[in-house]
Design a protein around this ligand. Structure first.
Ligand code: ADP
Ligand code: ADP
Ligand code: MG
Length: 702
């Protein structure tokens, strides 16, 4: 048994969500924590959570979080014995690892050598090729002459991808479709590479058509063990950056999983990898997964943003294992690492999808997480409820990883990620519903967020619908191909939102009366001759009828101005405050999802981006209790404001006849049918009692 090293205090060389995540595990393990912070982060959550904190300089990261000497000094000053780098910032910087070693600090991560070996994509590919790991076909040689590169591209065959060897975060990449575009793309890629990474070398890769991104979580220890913790599918990307991640990968088979995890372990072993790492593969998504259909892209030598999905399915705490490995402990055996269920993560960003995803900086005026609201916890489901994951006491449901609280600022200085929402369920589709519910029931206000966009992605048929007998259709270009339906709203179509409001009322009625037939109710709606449910709204100051053609617990079909709208009830839960969510059914090609709040006057709709109030046309008024189709009587005491007709006038159904003020609201009473006015029972300005006759139509018209 090797002697393990002591770690009593960890300095976290990072900020935001990941700093908070590391602090949480350190605390659980009885290890004290030191936060570092810049000017902008003086009051940040990671500073508040840590036992101690050290100010390391001005807000720009290059003057604070990226300055090795300042971090090392902070660690020495506080007597920390280990440093956790998080992700981003210095996490993949071998100079930082060496500086830690020199200062006798334990770096919680791989060796500087392993980092260097995987740091540049060209050298890494060469090494992987030698280790027998399948690599993406292409050119990754030293000769960088534009002529040679272009010739190589021609040999590889278009389309090709030009990649900066030092690139990361989706930057420094150009897809080239035809020979004629190559020179310009190369020049622009080199410029970006030089300015972003200080290294203009590139490699050329075959652009894999219908690509999926599947990566393997690997872990090495100081005893020479390397294990995997299954795969993650991160195919939902925008500009080569991950948007939604999940584990396991849809359509994964035992044979392909074995091939991919074997390759990933070989990759890690080739660099004597210690700690948590990720081996990323580009996968042919044009058909079912194949053992010869994946190729090494790169290895990330750190904890990954999306590590929580792996934690959920394995019940392991990856940060805990990073720390234990850094202490010199041995990893569990491969056979002891098991997976169960399905987990999906969505990255909630302060950005404006309608405005080209520009960061939306500002104050988080409201940040009310769904997890704070017990009543929204998923409960109804087809499988065994509240099942407890064997190894980690994780309940099915959702989890939020964040570095901010209400009132905090999202600043220009750092990545505008607000939180990671992670859902965990036994089955994939349940998981999608749970994650969508978590997103819609979390109120984030004060800045624009991508939450409406994320929910549409989740419900895009190519993502949401996966039939094992077919192949999984969500590839890395799904978002780009469906950009407008996933980002634009089309608010010009007001009827669509009236239909949504009508379905919100119907679902509510339905849920409040699960046993009883809604047709026995008469106060909030009325029936027309075909016994349809009708809701009346106001549009351009006139009543408009939304006819419920049919409905069930999950689907409502609304007819409005000769159009049919199919609206689905999107999640399992229905809260006590008339908050529910719904969206258009898939065949309408609108994947938006809305939270509704119903009052007597309006139905408020919000998708986390747009907020609308659909005005109800006092429905209780259009259903006068003395429901004769010949008379209009006052539904409650009030004052007559206007009379639009006189005896003898012809009126048509729906025409506004009387305006009265009741309950401090103006109500317009309309003609129940076509006909001729026989009698007017009140005057303008008159105060009438409940049930008073206002207008009577002649009997003959039918
Ligand atoms: P992951 O799969 O963990 O998301 P990424 O490569 O997308 O991996 O990056 C993880 C984090 O590190 C992101 O928050 C990203 O902003 C940051 N990051 C990665 N590479 C760079 C880079 N070259 N320059 C700036 N930030 C980077
Ligand atoms: P980064 O360091 O920026 O993460 P990667 O090499 O991991 O760069 O690639 C980022 C993304 O670009 C991948 O997840 C994938 O969507 C896309 N990509 C990379 N290589 C290819 C390829 N050969 N063909 C198609 N898409 C690719
Ligand atoms: Mg990558």
């Amino acid at each position: 048994m090797t002697k393990t090293k002591q770690i009593k205090k960890i300095l976290i060389a990072n900020r935001g969500e990941i700093a908070c995540r590391v602090i949480k595990t350190a605390r659980k393990m009885g290890i004290s924590t030191v936060a570092v912070y810049s000017d902008a982060d003086r009051k940040a959550l990671h500073v508040r959570l840590a036992d101690e904190s050290v100010h390391i300089g001005p807000s720009p990261a290059v003057e604070s979080y990226l300055v090795i000497e300042k971090i090392i000094a902070a660690a020495k000053e506080t007597g920390a014995d280990a440093v956790h780098p998080g992700y981003g910032f210095l996490s993949e910087n071998p100079d930082f690892v060496r500086a830690c070693e020199k200062a006798k600090l334990i770096f919680i991560g791989p060796s500087a050598e392993a980092m260097e070996a995987m740091g540049l994509k060209d050298a890494a590919k060469k090494l992987m090729d030698e280790a027998g790991v399948p690599i993406t076909p292409g050119y990754h040689g030293k000769d960088q002459s534009p002529k040679l590169l272009k010739a190589k591209a021609g040999m590889i065959g278009y389309p090709v991808l030009i990649k900066a060897v030092a690139g990361g975060g989706g930057k420094g990449m150009r897809k080239v479709e035809v020979d004629a575009d190559f020179d310009a793309a190369l020049a622009s890629c080199k410029r970006e590479a030089a300015s972003s990474f200080g290294n203009e070398d590139v490699l050329i890769e075959k652009y894999i058509q219908s690509p999926r991104h599947i990566e393997v979580q690997v872990f090495g220890d100081t005893h020479g063990n390397v294990v995997h913790m299954f795969e993650r599918d991160c195919s939902l990307q925008r500009r080569h950056q991950k948007v939604i991640e999940e584990a396991p990968a849809p359509g994964m088979t035992d044979a392909v999983r074995k091939a991919m995890t074997d390759a990933a372990i070989a990759a890690a072993k080739a660099v004597d990898y210690v700690g948590a790492g990720t081996v990323e593969f580009i996968v042919d998504g044009s058909g079912k997964l194949r053992t010869d259909g994946f190729w090494f892209m790169e290895m990330n030598t750190r904890l990954q943003v999306e590590h929580p999905v792996t934690e959920m399915i394995t019940g392991l705490d990856l940060v805990e294992w990073q720390i234990r490995v850094a202490r010199g402990e041995a990893l569990p055996k491969q056979g002891e690492i098991k997976m169960e269920g399905h987990a999906i993560e969505a990255r909630i960003y302060a950005e404006d999808p309608v405005n080209d995803f520009l960061p939306s900086i500002g104050t988080l005026k409201t940040f009310a997480l769904a997890s704070d609201l017990d009543r929204f916890r998923p409960s109804k489901s087809s499988y065994k409820n509240n099942k407890v994951n064997s190894s980690n006491n994780i309940r099915y449901g959702w989890r939020t990883d964040t570095g901010v609280t209400e009132g905090d600022e999202i600043s220009v200085y750092y990545d505008p990620m607000i939180a990671k929402f992670i859902a965990y369920e036994y089955k994939r589709f349940e998981c999608i519903r749970t994650l969508a519910a978590q997103i819609i029931h979390s109120k984030i206000e004060g800045l624009k967020t991508n939450s409406a966009f994320l929910r549409r992605c989740l419900y895009h048929p190519n993502f949401a619908i996966f039939k094992p007998e077919e192949f999984y259709k969500a590839t890395t270009n799904l978002i780009e191909r469906n950009f407008s339906t996933l980002t634009q709203q089309g608010l010009e179509n007001e009827n669509k939102f009236i239909a949504l409001a009508a379905s919100a009322l119907t679902f509510k009625l339905r849920k409040e009366n699960p046993s009883q037939s809604v047709f026995s109710q008469t106060d909030n709606w009325r029936l027309n001759s075909e016994a349809n449910l009708i809701w009346i709204f106001e549009k351009n100051e006139l009543p408009i009828q939304a006819v419920v053609k049919s409905y069930s617990d999950i689907l409502c079909i609304i007819e409005l101005d000769d159009n049919e709208y199919k609206i689905a009830d999107r999640d399992l839960e229905y809260g006590a405050n008339s908050i529910m969510s719904m969206g258009f059914a898939q065949d309408t090609n609108d994947f938006s999802q809305w939270r509704s709040e119903i009052t007597n006057e309006t139905v408020h709709l919000s998708d986390g981006y747009f907020n609308l109030a659909i005005k109800r046309y006092a429905p209780w008024l259009s259903n006068s209790s003395s429901a004769s189709s010949d008379t209009i009587s006052a539904p409650m005491p009030g004052k007559i404001i206007a009379l639009n007709v006189a005896a003898g006038d012809s009126v048509s159904e729906g025409e506004p006849l009387v305006v009265m003020e009741a309950m401090k609201m103006e109500q317009t009473l309309t003609a129940p049918r076509d006909g001729v006015v026989a009698e007017i029972g009140a005057e303008v300005g008159e105060l009438v009692t409940d049930g008073a006759l206002l207008v009577r139509l002649e009997e003959d018209a039918e």
